[in-house]
Design a protein around this ligand. Structure first.
Ligand SMILES: *Cc1c(COP(=O)(O)O)cnc(C)c1O
Length: 366
């Protein structure tokens, strides 16, 4: 018996390096790209532990749940952490970051999430990058939810550590991820006695034993299924065209937003300003007197295929997430998501206009 997923030969070092190069092209970066054999939290944590320590003063921007996690890691590393928290219905502005530097000129590290699939906002990284560069701080960016859905340009934006994962807009596997690392970031790690070494979390191991050796010998057997899947999803984006893939996500977000407003019943976009809404996923505020998690359960009972979820934790009461990313960024998925939500709101006795919502989706798709 043969099986597609079994009995694969090990992935060669040259093949591994070629997939890194493909990811570097996707990011339009000349920095080193390290692919890590795990979900994106691996490079997200590894990059913080490598670059932050007791001498670090970190500005940690919180626009959703991941920022909270990064702040916790930074504190564990001994860094002094200044949290800049903005309400989840909005994005952070470059002005707010500038004001934080004015108040704390000692800031030498900035952590930011680009797009938040969990809260539906997206932050102006290019503008924030200018401020970070003016002050010479190291810039750490979580681009897991933006890659594939909107431009991610670490070199142009001055990002020193840019982490991506394949599982959102790239439509790939969750078990592999990548980080681009600037020369400045490598220098910080080399100077940090607490940076993980001889550890699965270690980026320096990849620098010293893989990159500096000319990428000839891998540190351990690569996860070949995930690597092949990562290669396949980058190839697919190249073949279709990154602009086309990103435009599909932007259309899905615009259509979901317009459709939700036309649906009525008190449903409103969670992120107030459309310009601050992420292309990867649209969040909606459940109408007054309803519970988001209950509406999602009813909608999924009406159509189990739609990519709906309630917000995490305390947000489960008020936030509905439409995860229109990867293969779900299609007009059909947006239509069926709104139809299912319309059914849920109708069952709740609310007055909805599903036909009107579907017309708004067509008009907004563009
Ligand atoms: C999805 C996502 C990740 C990956 O984390 P999971 O909890 O494993 O999904 C990291 N950062 C952001 C901003 C994400 O949206």
């Amino acid at each position: 018996m043969t099986h597609l997923l079994l009995g694969l030969p090990p992935l060669s070092a040259a093949h591994f390096a070629s997939i890194e190069d493909r990811v570097a092209r996707l990011l339009d970066t000349r920095q080193d790209v390290v692919i890590m054999q795990g979900e994106a939290l691996l490079p997200l944590e590894g990059a913080i532990r490598a670059t932050a320590g007791p001498g670090t003063t970190a500005l940690n921007v919180i626009t959703g749940p991941y920022g909270q996690t990064f702040g916790d890691w930074l504190r564990v590393c001994g860094a002094t952490v200044i949290d800049l928290t903005v309400p989840f219905h909005t994005a952070v502005t470059a002005e707010q970051v500038r004001a934080a530097f004015a108040e704390h000129p000692e800031i030498d590290f900035v952590s930011l999430v680009h797009a938040e699939a969990a809260t539906g906002n997206t932050n102006p990284v290019a503008e924030i990058g200018e401020v970070v560069r003016e002050h010479g701080a190291l810039f750490y960016l979580d681009a897991v939810a933006s890659i594939g859905a909107e431009p991610v340009l670490p070199d142009a934006w001055g990002v020193d550590l840019c982490v991506i994962g394949a599982q959102k807009a790239m439509g790939g596997p969750a078990g592999v991820s990548a980080v681009s690392v600037s020369e400045r970031a490598w220098a910080r790690m080399a100077a940090n006695p607490r940076a993980p070494r001889r550890s699965y979390l270690s980026l320096l191991d990849w620098k010293e034993r893989w990159i500096d050796g000319g990428r000839r010998t891998l540190l351990h057997a690569p996860a070949q299924l995930e690597m092949l899947a990562l290669q396949a999803c980058v190839e697919r984006i190249e073949a279709v065209g990154p602009d086309v893939v990103m435009a599909r996500h932007a259309s899905a977000a615009a259509a979901t937003r317009a459709g939700a407003l036309a649906l009525g019943g008190g449903l409103t976009p969670y992120v107030h300003d459309a310009a601050e809404a992420a292309p990867v996923a649209t969040t909606l505020r459940a109408p007054a007197g309803t519970v988001a998690a209950d509406l999602v359960a009813r909608a999924l009972a009406a159509d189990p295929a739609v990519p709906l979820a309630a917000g995490g934790g305390a947000l489960a009461k008020e936030m509905i997430r439409v995860n229109h990313y990867g293969p779900e960024a299609t007009p059909g998925v947006v239509r069926s998501s709104l139809t299912a939500l319309g059914a849920a709101l109708g069952e709740h006795g609310l007055d909805v206009d599903t036909e009107g919502a579907l017309r708004a989706v067509e008009a907004a798709w563009g």
